[in-house]
Design a protein around this ligand. Structure first.
Ligand code: NI
Length: 167
């Protein structure tokens, strides 16, 4: 297993649109293991492959309190959505920034699991938020892009300044 470096906003690579996984093979399972380890170590409740500069449609999520319910979704699709919820979101690629985003309250998700089997399930609340947030990453969208342009400019400036100090 390996900890993978996480890209930080405003890195342009975060805007890459990920491609579907053609075959769920050992390399994909290895990616899932490495992403899970990276997410737990961060610590975070979700991670998309885009954030570790792998542009394949793979996400890992664990919203359980004891961090024991890993959900790994390959080629996830939202097939139904309804309702609305507003949650304060954060992102491992945008450290220190939290803001409110409107998402669907309920989603029905179709995906493959790491054994290549089809899954279909309903999610609501925090899990639904997390799935929508991570799936946005696969389309090259970082959560701050749901905020106003003014807020985005401020966040960009703040993170660019931090990057200069760290470098
Ligand atoms: Ni994120």
């Amino acid at each position: 297993m390996a900890l993978l470096p996480i890209l930080r906003y405003p890195d342009r690579r975060l805007h890459t649109k990920a491609v579907a996984v053609a075959v769920v093979d050992d390399s994909v399972r290895q990616l899932v293991r490495d992403m899970a380890e990276t997410m737990y170590a961060a610590p975070g409740i979700g991670l998309a492959a885009t954030q570790v500069d792998v542009h394949k449609r793979v996400i890992v999520i664990d919203v359980s309190e004891d961090r024991s319910h890993l959900l790994a979704l390959i080629n996830p699709q939202i097939v139904e959505r309804d309702g609305e919820q507003v949650t304060e979101e954060g992102c491992l690629s945008v450290p220190g920034v939290y803001d409110k985003v409107v998402r669907a309250e309920h989603v029905r998700v179709r995906a493959l699991d790491p054994d290549g089997r089809s899954l279909e399930f309903d999610a609501d609340g925090l899990l639904a938020v997390c799935i929508q947030h991570e799936m946005d990453h696969l389309d090259g969208i970082v959560f701050v892009e749901h905020l106003s342009r003014l807020k985005q400019a401020r966040i960009r400036a703040k993170l660019e300044k931090q990057a200069r100090i760290t470098a």
